[in-house]
Design a protein around this ligand. Structure first.
Ligand code: SF4
Length: 232
């Protein structure tokens, strides 16, 4: 991926801060949830693929209710895991992915404890996780941010759409590429809040179909909104 020159990098960082302040004024500070287990985060993101948050939460709760621990999930048959996560859909695809990732973590680290990653530099922790089977940039970033409190920036469909429309991402950049592009633009202390605020904004105002540009607090900062409303 092309590297931003220093002037562009600084300009984009300032832009991120302006967007962040506007979002914070609009929605208020997100409340921090208690730190989750990074392995649970990995499994949760696998469950969330192509389904809603409600179905993901239901499947995750049922997985734990059925097996009691991630160690027991690791040792269970694919069929039993698939039955427990049925509500998340694609259970015959997700069950082997979950089992493979848990078995690989066990083989590599001797347990399902990933807390040692917290002592590594962010890039190293990220590449360790991304080398696990079925773990892409979003899954790794979620595990690092929510499970270990590290400033990795997960890009979901809302964040990808909003940052493309704002002009923060270059036109046509994929969500996969956006993780590494956005991360250096966001101060580490703001990563969690900025991530959550962008998702809220994407869900309530900057929706995929018919974004509510005329009432958007980011309108004057947004390439798409200004163009759509003919603001020069
Ligand atoms: S102005 Fe429109 S496109 Fe831009 S962020 Fe707001 S809702 Fe989204």
């Amino acid at each position: 991926m092309e590297r931003l020159d220093d002037v562009t990098l600084e300009r984009k960082r300032q832009y991120v801060l302006r967007i962040y302040e506007l979002l914070l004024e609009t929605y208020g500070p997100p409340s921090r949830r208690s730190q989750a287990d990074p392995v649970g985060e990995l499994v949760g993101v696998i469950l969330s693929q192509h389904t809603s948050d409600v179905n993901t939460d239901r499947a995750f709760a049922n997985l734990l209710a059925t097996f009691g621990s991630m160690e027991a999930v690791r040792d269970a048959s694919q069929e039993a895991i698939a039955a427990a996560i049925k509500s998340a859909g694609l259970s015959n695809v997700k069950a082997p992915r979950i089992k493979a990732v848990l078995q690989t973590i066990q083989a590599r680290y001797g347990s399902l404890d990933l807390s040692r990653l917290a002592s590594l530099p962010l890039e190293e922790a990220k590449s360790e996780l991304r080398s696990l089977p079925g773990v892409g940039p979003k899954t790794a970033a979620c595990a690092l941010l929510f499970g270990l409190g590290m400033p990795a920036f997960p890009v979901d469909t809302h964040i990808h759409r909003v940052t493309l429309r704002l002009g923060l991402l270059p036109a046509g950049m994929s969500a996969e590429q956006a993780h590494d592009y956005l991360e250096p633009l966001v101060p580490p202390a703001l990563v969690f809040n900025f991530h959550v605020l962008l998702i809220w904004h994407g869900r309530t105002i900057c929706q995929a179909q018919r974004p509510k540009c005329p009432r958007c607090p980011l309108l004057l900062e947004c390439v798409y909104g200004r163009r759509a409303l003919g603001i020069t």
